[in-house]
Design a protein around this ligand. Structure first.
Ligand code: PLP
Length: 445
């Protein structure tokens, strides 16, 4: 394989299609630049053989547990959920795990348990899924956005301290795309300013920071097991933590506020609650999925490292970097930045279209969350107007400018995690397709 993406297979394909440039002296020529018709113009796509589907299950491993639940007639939370919680806590290295209906409710539960609410500000990066911010707003707190480090795609911890006010109560780092945020700096800052940390590890199952699982570093950590997620049961979530009392409060809150564990018994429910209980079906699926989680994670990590080594030399393609303390990323997405200047000025959407036509599914990822209408709509709601003065809202909004994030949102390219479950040859195809587009960039415009 050369930097220019020649495999014998591709070369023969190109020759038979009559698309090898007359000037190229051979597949190994250092300065060779191939002219091939891009698939957007009817050329042969680089990848034709499809990609691993998602989710993955097999009849033998997954179905008996689900059938057992069905036939037991106990479908609501009971022993299977408890078994899942025990095993997931052990896998994550925490004392406790609470299974929930989904990741959004896991975050909502965690913030509630830490008594974060009206009047409080929570520092959060805008490069995330909307649910992270929804959870902050749902407890009545104000999200204050901290800019993103474009190199790592994670929140920039050096931009955090400036945003701390007398109202700041917590930091909500998101290990977005499965890439761990800089937990050394975030933990130090939280300690210095006496802030709580809720980790949004909803995309970071099995990711590690200095050997410790993401989600197990802050006061509480939250996960999602929604259908697209690397560890899934369709819909599901979890809160993990080491503080027994805090976890008891979480448990109680997710079960109508009923007393649990160390909590006083009272006469009925002892705190405000919601209902966010996982079903036995969800837990049965997760127990089966857990068996393949380590192997799949290792495969994604290996393929991602290889892909990075192939993409790095391509001008205008800048693969994500991992923060220094990352000992393992989870790769919910594989991400890089696209620089159109190196592609003859072709827009990212043209590049994405061309890449998809070459047989590589891809997306541009998030748009700036801190600029979406739901925020203003929430700030103008009756509840928020009662909780916050116009001055407080204006200040939070003013602090939430994130120019680096705006730029990242316009440059990012993502590959979905299931592509990383493919073979080495599949990874070659991804890199070859990008090389082909780069070498034939004049066809993009
Ligand atoms: C970063 C992040 N946070 C929170 C959530 C919410 O999880 P769920 O969809 O399970 O409610 C998700 C999942 O979609 C997510 O990706």
């Amino acid at each position: 394989m050369t930097r220019h993406g020649f495999t014998r297979r591709n070369f023969l394909k190109a020759v038979s299609a009559g698309t090898v440039a007359a000037t190229a002296s051979g597949p190994l020529a250092a300065s060779s630049r191939t002219t091939k018709k891009l698939a957007i113009h009817g050329g042969d796509p680089v990848h034709r053989s499809g990609w691993p589907g998602w989710p993955i299950w097999d009849r033998e491993r997954d179905e008996p547990g689900v059938l057992k639940v069905l036939r037991s007639g106990v479908w609501s939370r009971r022993g299977v959920v408890a078994e899942f919680e025990k095993k997931y806590a052990s896998l994550m290295g925490t004392k406790r795990c609470l299974a929930t209906t989904n990741g959004t409710n896991a975050l909502f539960t965690a913030l509630h348990a830490l008594d974060i609410g009206a009047g409080d500000e929570v520092l959060v990066g805008p490069y995330t899924f909307i649910a992270t911010v929804d959870a902050i707003l749902l407890v009545g707190a104000l999200p204050v956005f901290v800019d993103t480090d474009r190199e790592t795609f994670t929140v920039d911890p050096d931009a955090m301290e400036d945003r701390i006010t007398e109202n700041t109560r917590a930091i909500l780092p998101v290990h977005i795309l499965g890439l761990p945020a800089d937990m050394d700096k975030i933990t130090a800052l939280a300690k210095k300013h006496e802030l709580k940390i809720v980790e949004d590890a909803c995309q970071a199952w099995m990711a590690e920071w200095r050997g410790k699982k993401c989600g197990a570093i802050g006061d509480l950590g939250c996960f999602s097991f929604q259908n697209s997620k690397n560890f899934t049961c369709g819909e599901g979530g979890a809160v993990i933590g080491d503080d027994e009392q805090l976890m008891d409060i979480c448990h109680s809150f997710h079960d109508f506020g009923r007393s649990y564990g160390t909590m006083p018994r009272g006469n009925g429910c002892v705190q405000l609650g919601t209902k966010a209980r996982m079903t036995e079906y969800q837990a049965a699926i997760l127990l089966a999925q857990m068996e393949r989680l380590e192997e799949q994670t290792a495969r994604r990590v290996k393929n991602a490292a290889y892909l990075t080594s192939r993409l790095e030399p391509i001008p205008g393609i800048i693969p994500h970097k991992l923060n220094d303390g990352v000992t393992r990323a989870a790769y919910h997405m594989y991400s890089f930045r696209y620089q159109k200047e190196q592609f003859g000025g072709a827009s990212r959407s043209k590049f994405l279209h061309a890449l998809a036509k070459e047989g590589v599914p891809c997306s541009g990822g998030y748009s700036p969350l801190n600029k979406q209408d739901f925020l203003e709509q929430t700030f103008q709601s009756k509840n928020f107007k009662k909780m916050y003065s116009p001055k407080q809202i204006a200040r939070a909004k003013q602090m939430s400018e994130c120019p680096e994030n705006d730029r990242l949102c316009s440059e990012a390219v993502w590959f979905f995690q299931s592509l990383l479950l493919g073979s080495r040859e599949d990874m070659e195809d991804i890199a070859n397709a990008i090389e082909k587009i780069h070498e034939n960039r004049d066809q993009l415009t």
